[in-house]
Design a binder for this molecule. Structure first.
Ligand code: ADP
Ligand code: TPW
Length: 578
């Protein structure tokens, strides 16, 4: 007689918390983890890789968190950042807060210490009440204590991250969860494949009609496209709406390229003309925060900073609470951008006349004047290089390689790049976002390269680069096609300040003179280049794009180039006092 396999042996097949977390993520189409290993999540990283996920290990959790956040922006799937307890968790928290602020979907998954010991404050290894600390920085925060709840925990985290206004979510996984074993069949049943995680939200017809009615009355209409519009991946609909209405549009920084910056209706080059002159403004996935001067003041034609310029606003946004945050919104259209834009398009009707010709002519005239002025500046070739002569090269390289991602941070390095370098495709420009935060550079670059496989150009101020510079090792380790261009002016904003006392310490804003940043890349096997002329910069960038090798170009510019805080000098308390 053959051997009879006892029933009990089959039902004893077990799985554990490690595998359940991985299975839950994979079941939901999440194939990449950005993180940094250590107790208690080391084995989670190992097992995730063994299970076929991409596990990208960083040198600091903040960079892993920034990578996860921007992966979320690029893909509409929550980016996952995995950290150890207390200090690793805190290192990741800045990125979580930044993701929430920017409406990027990410999940910070942190291991944590033993609940009983943490709650009695008995001094556990890396003791910290992480869930409580994460809450104010996250859109939602959850903790899973039992292996059978992992499926629910991951599902809730995914839904919270991507539904409605996206944001950062915290998922607390205590160390004791991972080795818990449960019956494999029960475990499989406990997992949830999230159905329709970011459901469409159809706008009300009366809201759409109200918005169209207001636009019809406009003499000088303007559309402002924000990074919410870029995130929505409704590129064709947005383009159709812009072109069908004929209204000039302004892209916010990360909405550049949603339509090519060279589009005839793009009013970027006439920004300071169209904002105060417009009478009706339609915001599409853009908030009236500081980046738009809160919708009032001199930027908008008001007499003083609190003065309303008289514009009437349509605001298309998924968040019903966003309207009236700064000034009155006459026509809020609440829903997902794809649905809202489609509804607006459908409601336009054949009698739509388009904006008055005088308005279009005035915008075109101002644009032509400013473009000619900029062309003159870009044509200069000063020695040493300045921001313009260096960025003229970057502008050409991006034009020739529109698939490439452009990561950008710094003050002057940010503001000049934004206005000089045209973008041609949606979601290719990744930058400091709503907070103007330094330190996103290398995390964003790694994620952009890993997620897309496309080349990445990171234009970095020398100060900005320092916040995440150690990740050049990560870039080399994973052999990513990232070309870092440091616009090196020897300091924060510029490099020519002196200690007014004549004492031995350097001034607080200056760095080591003529630092050789390119050697950092060489240290890990990448390509370093030193460029003091536009020709050298061009040759090095072209080679980096051609070879796809990790490259860092130290582009030396005049240390006197740059203004304090770039274009936001006015936000400086000292400048306000003057
Ligand atoms: P920017 O900095 O480019 O002006 P913001 O981050 O201030 O952009 O604004 C983005 C806005 O887009 C947020 O108010 C957010 O609620 C909204 N948003 C994000 N995703 C969507 C979406 N899919 N549909 C509609 N609105 C969205
Ligand atoms: C996390 C304050 C804004 S811009 C900047 C700092 C330190 C660096 C500017 O110098 P850089 O660029 O990068 O050399 P450039 O072209 O002007 O010379 N800490 C954080 N975020 C911010 N925004 C700061 C400090 C800041």
């Amino acid at each position: 007689m053959g051997t009879v396999v006892p029933q009990v042996a089959q039902s004893q097949e077990v799985t554990d918390g490690f595998h359940l977390v991985i299975d839950a993520l994979k079941l939901n189409g999440i194939d990449t983890i950005f993180g940094l290993p250590g107790i208690p999540i080391t084995d989670l990283a190992r097992k995730a890789q063994a299970a076929g996920m991409r596990v990208i290990s960083f040198r600091h959790e903040q960079n892993a968190g920034n990578a996860a956040a921007i992966a979320g922006f690029m893909t509409q799937k929550p980016g996952i950042c995995l950290t150890v307890s207390a200090p690793g968790f805190l290192n990741g928290l800045t990125a979580l807060a930044n993701a929430t602020t920017n409406c990027f979907p990410m999940i910070l998954v942190s291991g944590s210490s033993e609940r009983e010991i943490v709650d009695l404050q008995q001094g556990d290894y890396e003791e910290m009440d992480q869930l409580a600390i994460a809450r104010p920085f996250a859109k939602a925060a959850f903790r899973v204590l039992h292996a059978e709840d992992i499926g629910v925990g991951v599902a809730r985290a995914i839904r919270a991250a991507v539904s409605g206004r996206p944001g950062g979510v915290y998922l607390d996984l205590p160390g004791r969860l991972f080795p818990q074993t449960i019956d494999a069949a029960a475990a499989a049943k406990s997992l949830i494949k999230v159905v329709d995680p970011a459901p469409r939200q159809i706008p009300a017809q009366d809201a759409v009609q109200r918005a169209l009615g207001l636009l019809r009355t406009a003499r000088r209409p303007l559309i402002v496209l924000g990074k919410g519009a870029a995130y929505a991946q409704a590129d064709a609909e947005i383009r159709a709406l812009v072109e069908r209405t004929g209204i000039p549009y302004l892209p916010m920084s990360m909405a550049k390229g949603l339509l090519p910056d060279t589009h005839p209706q793009c009013a970027s080059a006439a920004r300071s003309f169209v904002l105060p002159e417009a009478d009706v403004v339609m915001l599409v996935g853009a908030r009236l925060n500081w980046l738009l001067s809160h919708g009032k003041g001199k930027t908008w034609g008001g007499k003083d900073p609190k003065d309303w310029g008289g514009q009437r606003f349509v605001q298309v946004d998924i968040s019903p609470q966003e309207a009236d945050s700064n000034v009155r919104i006459d026509a809020p259209v609440v829903g997902d951008i794809g649905s809202c834009v489609s509804a607006l398009l459908a409601g336009i009707g054949s009698d739509w006349a388009g904006p008055p010709a005088e308005w279009l002519a005035a915008v075109a005239e101002r644009k032509a004047k400013n473009v000619a002025k900029m062309a003159e500046t870009l044509a200069k070739n000063p020695a040493p290089m300045n921001f313009h002569s260096a960025l003229n090269v970057v502008r050409d390289i991006v034009k020739a390689n529109p698939d490439a991602y452009l990561v950008n941070e710094g003050a002057n390095a940010l503001d000049f790049t934004r206005s000089i370098v045209d973008m041609y495709q949606p979601r290719k420009r990744l930058d400091v976002g709503t907070w103007g935060v330094m330190g996103v550079g290398m995390g964003f670059s790694v994620a952009a390269a890993v997620v897309s496989g496309q080349p990445v150009i990171a234009v970095e101020g020398d100060s900005a680069f320092g916040f995440s510079g150690m990740e050049v090792e990560t870039i080399c380790r994973y052999n990513l096609p990232v070309c870092v261009v440091i616009l090196n002016n020897n300091g924060v904003y510029r490099g020519d300040e002196r200690n007014p006392t004549g004492g031995r310490d350097p001034a607080p804003l200056v760095f080591v003179k003529d630092a050789r940043y390119e050697k950092v890349m060489e240290a890990f096997g990448g390509v370093g280049a030193y460029a003091t002329t536009p020709e050298e910069l061009r040759a090095a960038m072209e080679e980096a794009i051609r070879s796809r090798r990790p490259t860092l170009i130290n582009a030396v510019i005049d240390e006197g180039a740059g203004t304090e805080s770039g274009r936001i000098t006015s936000l400086n308390p000292a400048a306000k006092r003057k």
